[in-house]
Design a protein around this ligand. Structure first.
Ligand code: XBP
Length: 268
């Protein structure tokens, strides 16, 4: 029997809906402050989300959308400067209390801590952004609840590469079958399952149409007693909330079921 030892949480879109009203707004603030006539509306931002990482996303925008630009001597420097400014705007937005956690996140983390499960973060976001979200939306000391906060450029390749999840496993000396990942995107799912970790997806508006075939379970969100979650893919359970007991059951099935593919999922 596989014993659940740790939850590994993605950040953006999973802990909170940070993308449309957080990161996107901050990117636009940075563009305006730099005098650039660029604006990412909510629909365009949905397309740009196919690229993980803020610097990489700006680069992709410049390459794919050929926006009007002043003569630029050094693109790498401009992008790095824009991204640094954007990080400042984004963290200010978080500190102004603009972003709150998704249903069930606080509840599941509290339950996991109460049962002495280990916690980690695996995100593409800049470390300052991840820390600011934990501090502002969860609790001022929340970063200390997470044994590893793996973020941003800490690994050479961002999601969908498995590097960030592999980094967490290595740092915590855990095997994939000890953990469950909570993600919200196909890229995140690919990263986690390529590292061998069974993964639960909580969809959001930007990701609900993506292919989550390798997921162990797909939910609308993690659920609260007065706001039941909906099972969108996988075996239903008769309760309002995704909790540690369900996580443990999923892990057992994922790693002992005859059809298990060693990518953290069942071969249906
Ligand atoms: C979300 C992302 C990030 C943020 C912005 O990552 O794709 O790129 O949109 O990141 P995850 P920056 O789902 O892994 O948390 O901090 O680099 O601007």
């Amino acid at each position: 029997m596989a014993a659940l030892k740790a939850f590994i949480f993605d950040v953006d879109g999973t802990l909170a809906e940070t993308e449309r009203d957080g990161h996107r707004v901050a990117f636009n603030q940075a563009f305006a402050a730099a005098g650039l006539p660029w604006h990412w509306d909510a629909a365009l931002y949905g397309d740009l989300l196919q690229v993980a990482g803020g610097k990489e996303r700006i680069q992709f925008f410049v390459e794919q959308y050929a926006p009007p630009t002043p003569p630029v001597q050094n693109w790498a420097t401009l992008i790095a400067d824009l991204h640094q400014a954007k990080t400042g705007y984004y963290t200010a937005l978080l500190r102004a209390g603009q972003v709150s956690l998704r249903p069930g996140v606080q509840r599941l983390i509290a339950e996991a801590r109460g049962e002495n499960l280990r916690l980690a973060i695996a995100t593409t976001s800049h470390p300052q952004n991840a820390l600011a979200l934990l501090e502002t939306a969860l609790a001022p000391d929340a970063p200390s609840w997470f044994e590893v906060i793996a973020a941003g450029d800490i690994v050479p390749q961002k999601k969908p590469a498995p590097d960030i999840y592999q980094y967490v496993l290595d740092q915590m000396a855990l095997a994939p079958e000890d953990c469950l990942a909570i993600e919200d995107t196909e890229h995140g799912l690919t990263a986690a399952t390529q590292a061998g970790i069974a993964t639960v997806i909580t969809v959001n508006d930007y990701t609900c149409g993506q292919d989550f075939a390798p997921a162990t379970l797909v939910l609308s969100h993690l659920g609260e007693p007065d706001q039941p979650c909906e099972v969108l893919q996988g075996e239903s359970f008769q309760q309002a909330c995704f909790d540690v007991a369900i996580a443990q059951t999923l892990l057992n099935r994922a790693f002992t079921a005859p059809g298990f593919t060693h990518e953290g999922r069942w071969a249906s």
